[in-house]
Design a protein around this ligand. Structure first.
Ligand code: UD1
Length: 377
């Protein structure tokens, strides 16, 4: 950040007690997984920093957005950009234009982004162009598959980030291999562990699911749901497996099923997208989890559930190496065999770290502020 920005704004800045200057942070979010990660961050950060939450509106259905704010008790975002759906360029471009208008006229010391969505990329790119420092939570995760839009988003965001908050040692190694400096990388553990800790409620939630044996299914990756043949092949395997499954269906998948006129087999019970408490509750009580989501793979691991990932790569190889996650992309025999027989080992090492990522992140941001916001602190 230029010293001009500092000098111009520091005097007008609200002070913490004792005259210390509180850092102004813009947090850019926009999708369901980001609302989940935002909740523990806000809990920790709200007393330490001046926060402006900017919601790009990438997810806008109440089931994908509003209900998460209510259930996770996240304060209403200061800015809602209402960008909505569209092609990658259109969606990201709209975000850039609208974010620039806000960030250009506000006095932010840092922009914080989470994960790997188009909202992450837009937040980082706008901040970089305006020379506002960037902190990336969940940095360094790599599938090494550049056909995934998320991989592009992660790589670019990490190139631009001034501070990379990595979940695991593997993430740290990935960042170092890509030339990130060691002093820019902080291994803090995975913030989704804190999201889980926030969710005491789901433990109390009673549900008939407890008495019902089922596998939990989620599918939303373009590589799985945007091709009719591919989606049909997946449903064929599920039909042959013939075990009960519950499938909270993502709007993208719902739209594609309608467009292709295909339905899941009768053993798969389709339901509306659920809130985070319900999702955790459903994972907790499932026999297995079948998914193509990065976040759900982690939640399955954290809740000690065997996970079958319908992809040929994952950014969370730690869970595969631990023996609790299996990749079955394009191999119907392995897919079927896993649904019927996959059993993980007894050992369940804490490969994603322990709780406390949000608190570690905030302490590091506090030190950064002490170093960079100058003599007034
Ligand atoms: C996005 C992220 C993905 C993340 C996922 C979580 C990118 C590139 N992808 O994928 O990394 O895992 O969110 O869910 O950022 N739609 C609705 N209502 C909504 C949101 C989406 O109907 O509230 C439908 C629209 O048809 C839209 C489609 O879902 O075109 C895809 O939405 P989009 O935000 O582009 O990507 P996701 O598939 O949700």
């Amino acid at each position: 950040m230029s010293s001009f920005r500092n000098q111009r704004w520091l005097d007008e800045r609200p002070k913490k007690s004792g005259g210390v200057i509180a850092m102004n942070i813009a947090v850019v979010i926009g999708t369901r997984p980001q609302f989940i990660k935002l909740a523990p961050f806000i809990k920790e950060a709200k007393t330490r920093f001046n926060l402006d939450v900017i919601d790009t509106g990438q997810h806008y259905d109440d089931a994908m957005s509003g209900q998460f704010f209510r259930e996770l008790a996240i304060p209403k975002p200061r800015y809602s950009l209402k960008v909505g759906s569209g092609g990658h360029a259109q969606q990201t471009g709209q975000m850039l234009i609208k974010l620039e208008r806000i960030l250009n006229h506000k006095d932010h010391d840092m922009v914080v982004v989470f994960g790997d969505t188009n909202s992450t990329l837009a937040g980082a790119l706008t901040a970089a162009k305006l020379q506002i420092p960037i902190a990336h939570v969940e940095a360094g995760a790599r599938s090494f598959d550049r056909t995934m839009p998320e991989e592009i988003n992660r790589v670019v965001t990490d190139v631009l980030a001034d501070i990379c908050f990595a979940s695991t040692e593997r993430c740290v190694r990935n960042l170092l291999n890509e030339g990130k400096r060691l002093d820019q990388i902080f291994m803090v553990g995975d913030i989704m562990i804190d999201s889980l800790e926030c969710d005491q409620k789901d433990r109390a939630a009673g549900s008939p699911l407890k008495e019902y044996h089922y596998s939990l299914l989620t599918l939303h990756r373009p590589s799985n749901v945007d091709s009719k043949e591919r989606l049909e092949r997946i449903f064929d395997v599920l039909r042959v497996a013939n075990v009960p499954m519950v499938f909270p269906v993502h709007p993208r998948t719902r739209d594609r099923m309608k467009q292709f006129s295909i339905d899941p087999p009768p053993n798969v019970k389709l339901i509306q997208p659920v809130n985070h408490f319900q999702m955790l509750h459903m994972i907790r009580h499932a026999d297995k989890v079948i998914t193509d989501s990065g976040g759900v793979q982690k939640e399955a691991y954290l809740l000690s559930k065997p996970c079958i990932t319908v992809r040929n790569t994952t950014e969370w190889m730690e869970t595969v190496d631990a023996g609790w996650n299996v990749l079955v992309d394009g191999d119907p025999v392995k897919f079927l065999e896993s649904i019927l027989n996959f059993t993980p080992p007894k050992e369940h090492p804490p490969v994603l770290g322990g709780p406390g990522a949000s608190s570690r992140i905030c302490s590091i941001l506090d030190s950064w502020a002490a170093d960079h916001l100058g003599a007034k602190r």
